[in-house]
Every structure is written in C-alpha cells, then in structure tokens.
Design a protein. Sequence first.
Length: 229
Amino acid sequence: MNEPRIIVALDFSSAEKALNLATQLNPELCRLKVGKELFTVAGPNLVKQLTREGFDIFLDLKFHDIPNTVAKACKAAADLGVWMMNVHALGGKKMLVAAREAVPPGTARLIAVTLLTSMNQDDLNDVGLQGEPEQIVLRLARLTQNCGLDGVVCSALEVSNLRQHLNTGFNLVTPGIRLEADSLDDQKRVATPSTAIKNGADYLVIGRPITQAKDPLLVLQKLNQSITM
C-alpha cells in the first residue's frame, strides 16, 4: 500500500487546536480522524476545512441507532466528502445494511466498530456479552463483511485472527496504537505500530504519541518508517 496508513486522531476540544496541529502535518503522510468531542464542538465546517487542506478525513462518530436514522446520518457524512466513517456493528444486520445502502460501495468507506479497545473481559461480562473478546470481535466482523461494509475497527491484538477468516481487501483499522515507551492511558487492548502492521492491519489510528509530541511531523515520519521496514 502506497497510500498513508496512519490516521492521526484529532482528539481536541477546539477547532483551533485541531487546525494548528494539521498545519504541522503532511497529508501525504497521514489521514486525520475527527471524533465525537471535536465534531460536537466544531461541526461539519471543520471537516470541510481540513478536507480543503488536502487531508482525507475519517469521521469517527460510531453511529448506532435505528436503521433509518443511521442511514440518514451516513448519507450526511458522505455528503461532507469524508474518506471514511463508522457505525457500531452491535447495531445489527438491518442497521448495517441500511448504512451500506445509504453509502454505496466505491464512495466513502464504511466500516463498523466491533468492540471498543477500552473494553476487557470484565467489561463484556458486565454488559452480558458472552465469549472472549476475540470471539465476539470475529463474530461482529463476519456480520459486517456479510452486510457488504468495507471493514471494521478492531484491536491490533485481534488483527491476525481476523486476517485468517475474512476476505482480502476487507479493511482492518486499529486504534490503541502505542509506542514502546508510552503509557496505556485508557486503552487495554493495544499494540505497537510495527506489530499491528505485521499482524495484518491496514490503517493505524494514533493520537497522543503524535498530537502531544514536540515535533509531530518528525514523529509521524519516524512512525511511517517503522511500518515500512
């Protein structure tokens, strides 16, 4: 893959901070992720502005609602010109199919969240999901693939197993990426960039290691080197 494989998470509380970081990055080396906090604060105009700056945008709003509502939300996201968006696989087959119909293949990429990387076995037990994380992720990923979506968000620790069971070309997007010396913060199922790529990840979502660096572009360049070696 010659395209950028790193997606920088713009986990900021203002458009100003997000735009300031964007000026320090290179759209040839990364994509950008706009999540719930930033989108709630800054709205669609920020997405359009970042797109005008040449960045592909992953709109990470994890739509999860009745099928009709999710379909309309996905259509609105596609109309913004985003590169990728996501829904929750736990929304079920009808919701996933409705989202796919609203965003036809070949337009914006449509992927589904399996399990949040902050969740471990205790969390799954609390909400009544039976099975180990790897089993649940595979089940949800298969459902997503069968509904015609382009990929899933999953932990890097589950990538290798998913690659053995899913079609070639089905995108695996992995958050919870940390450098060797980084703290885990609120993530529990994590991996380093090189490990995630070796296991079969297509795209890496990386936040703090880049956004909190003194020289974000330098860190981005080093990360790109580490996953192409």
